[in-house]
Design a protein around this ligand. Structure first.
Ligand SMILES: NC(=O)c1ccc[n+]([C@@H]2O[C@H](COP(=O)([O-])OP(=O)(O)OC[C@H]3O[C@@H](n4cnc5c(N)ncnc54)[C@H](OP(=O)(O)O)[C@@H]3O)[C@@H](O)[C@H]2O)c1
Length: 216
């Protein structure tokens, strides 16, 4: 993640975005991960906009996981419980798309995902059970090392579920100060104690970016 010094993560008003994103990609690669996962809001710009057709035949589609490709080099994963992402393609820069949905999505939406060749996993009836999702990602796609790449709400829910092993943050040289914008971890109130961290390393990178790594 690339937060400002005050933990905010919406980079649109920051002047130093290009250096940050280059360092973000470079440091992410050092983890040699099998996949990355982001929340529905963060995925919107990458998913693009397509039309979800209305089907003429109204046969119900069973709520079973759909695996379009299971031997990809890497995977791009979204958490999209109500099926709002209208995928233009089933790949982001060559990485196969997997979307995690709930059982309440429409049959039209499931038919749309299948027609696009987007893999989908059911994460729960209405809510998403993140532990269950991780087990399925391992079982169906062999994903062992997963980069959790924001935004604040998906990060917060993984933190609250105690599913993060390590934290890697690039502190951007920005004091943002915008109250109410997403932060590194946004967790609903009273969902467990604050987590203590153990520092692994501190590295100064280009453009006054500081790379901090912690064990949780
Ligand atoms: N600086 C950085 O390093 C960095 C990195 C990534 C993102 N960002 C920024 O972060 C901002 C978005 O952050 P955000 O916190 O608003 O959104 P987000 O975490 O990207 O997406 C949140 C949405 O994802 C779904 N979701 C996530 N976790 C879920 C869970 N456990 N159970 C069910 N649904 C879940 C929900 O979708 P529904 O609303 O459809 O239910 C939720 O509203 C963007 O501006 C993005 O550019 C910054």
């Amino acid at each position: 993640m690339g937060p400002s010094i005050d933990g905010r993560i919406v980079t649109t008003r920051w002047g130093s975005r290009n250096i940050l994103s280059a360092e973000y990609e470079r440091t992410a690669e050092t983890f040699d991960a099998d996949a990355w996962i982001i929340g529905r809001i963060s995925m919107e710009p990458y998913a693009g906009k397509a039309k979800v057709p209305r089907r003429k035949a109204k046969l119900r589609i069973p709520r079973e996981d759909f695996i379009a490709e299971s031997d990809a080099e890497s995977y791009a994963i979204a958490i999209d419980p109500s099926g709002k992402l209208t995928w233009k393609s089933n790949a982001i820069e060559g990485e196969h798309v997997i979307t995690v949905i709930s059982e309440r999505v429409s049959d039209d939406y499931l038919a749309f995902l299948q027609s696009k060749g987007v893999s989908y996993l059911f994460g729960g009836r209405a809510d998403i059970d993140l532990s269950k999702v991780l087990v399925k990602l391992r079982k169906h796609f062999g994903i062992r090392k997963l980069l959790l790449e924001g935004g604040g709400r998906i990060n917060g829910s993984f933190l609250a579920a105690d599913l993060i092993d390590e934290l890697s943050v690039l502190i951007a040289p920005v004091a943002d100060g915008s109250i109410g914008t997403p932060t590194l971890f946004d967790v609903e109130a009273r969902r467990g104690p604050a987590r203590n961290l153990r520092l692994i390393s501190v590295v100064k990178l280009k453009g006054d970016v500081v790379w901090l790594r912690y064990k949780i």
